[in-house]
Design a protein around this ligand. Sequence first.
Ligand SMILES: Cc1ncc(COP(=O)(O)O)c(C=O)c1O
Length: 430
Amino acid sequence: MRGEGCWLIDDAGVRYLDACGGAFAASIGHGVPEVAEAIGDQARRIAYVNGTAFTTEPVERMASELASLAPGDLDKVYFLGSGSEAIEAALKLARQYWVESGKPGKRKVLALTPGYHGNTMLALSASAREHYRRFFSPWLVDVVLAPAPYAYRCACRGADAACPVCTGLVLEQVIAREGAETIAAFIAEPIGGSSTGATVPRPEFHRNVREICSRHGILFVADEVLTGAGRTGTWTAIEQYGVVPDIMTMGKGIAGGYVPLSAVIAPERIVDVLARGSGSLMHAQTFSHHPLACAAGVATVAYMRAHGLVARAAEMGAALHEELEALRSLPSVGDVRGRGLLAGVEFVLDTKTREPYPRAAHFAETFVECALEAGMMVWPNIGHADGERGDLVMIAPPYVITREEIREIVRRFEAALDATLARTRTARSA
Ligand SMILES: Cc1ncc(COP(=O)(O)O)c(C=O)c1O
C-alpha cells in the first residue's frame, strides 16, 4: 500500500524491510515527496512529446547530469524505459557504428557466463541464464560466451593470481578463436549482479578487458543497469577500476524506481560516426526520452546530491558487509560477498566442497518465502552453479538505510535461514 524509506507497508499495516530495493531499483528509498512533486509539476507543464522529434527541459537536464557523472568521454545520452531496452539500443549502436565505419563484418557480441542483461530477445541472447532462455532458444541470436570472473565457482577458487578467467585474460583466447574482425562488442556487468551473486572482479580484470578490447577494436559495453547510480558506493562501478568503457547502460536506480527510466551513454567519437553517416541511430520508441521519467530522474539525482547518498552507499555498504560477516558461520552459507550496498549470499549443501543444493530443494525460493514471513524482502537467484543448480539471495537496500536497519536485516536473515533449513529438511525427509 505504501512505502517509507526502507520499509513497505501492506494493507493490514504490516511493515516489511525492503532489503533489495524491489529489483534493485529503490535507490533513494520509498515515499520521497520531492520526486512525486517533480513528476506532478512536469505532467502539468508537458507530459509527452515525441522524443525523436522534440526535446524537453527535463530530458536535457537529465542528459547533462548523466554526462557529467559518467566517466571519461561518455557524454551523449539516449533515454529509454527499461534496462533491457537500453541493452538492445546499446548493442544496436555498437553494430551500426561498425557498419558505418566500413567494417560490416563486425557482427558478434561477446558476453560473460553466467551473466544477465535483460529479457528482450537481443538482451536475452547476451544473457547466460539458461532457465530464462529455454523456451525461446530458436529465436535467440548466437552470442559468444567467455567464463565470468566468478571466483567462488572458478576452478582456481579465486586463489590463483594468474588465473586467466579471474584476470580477464581468457578473453584473448576467445577473441583469437572467433576472429576480432567478427566481434562488434564485449558486454559485461562491471560488478556481478544476481547471476554471480555480487561477485567483485579483481582490480586488474577490467583493466585487462579494456586493453584487450582496445587492441582488437572491440567496443566495451559496461552494463551498469544494476550497479550504476551509486549502488556500489561510487556513481558507477566501473570507475572503481579506473577504466572508461566505450558505451554504458544505466537503469533501475537512476530514477529511484519512481518511474521506469534507463539510459545508453556513449561518447561523441562513436555517435559522430552515425551523425556524419546515416544521420541517426536506427532506433526509435514511442516512449523514449519521456519528460516525466526524466523529471523523476533529475529529482532523484538532486535528492542523492542533497543527502550525499552515493557517499552514504559507500559508508553504509562497509557497515553492511561488516554485519553480514556474522552470516558466514551459519549452516549452508557458502559465501558472502559484494561491494557497497550490493551483497550476495550463496547457499550450498556442503560448505567445504561447495556442492549446491539439488534443484528440487528450491532452497533460494524457500528462503525468499521464509524471509517474507520474517518481514523482509530479498532477491533470489538460481542456476549460477552449473546452469541448473545454485541458490543465492541478494541484499541491496535503499541508500538511506541506517546501521540499526542493517542489523535488522541480519536478524531477519538468521530467522529466515532457520525456517528455510527446517522446511527443506522436512521436505527432504518426506
Ligand atoms: C545487469 C542488468 N542488465 C539489464 C537488466 C535488465 O533490466 P530491466 O529488467 O529493467 O529490463 C537487468 C535487470 O535485472 C540487469 O540486472
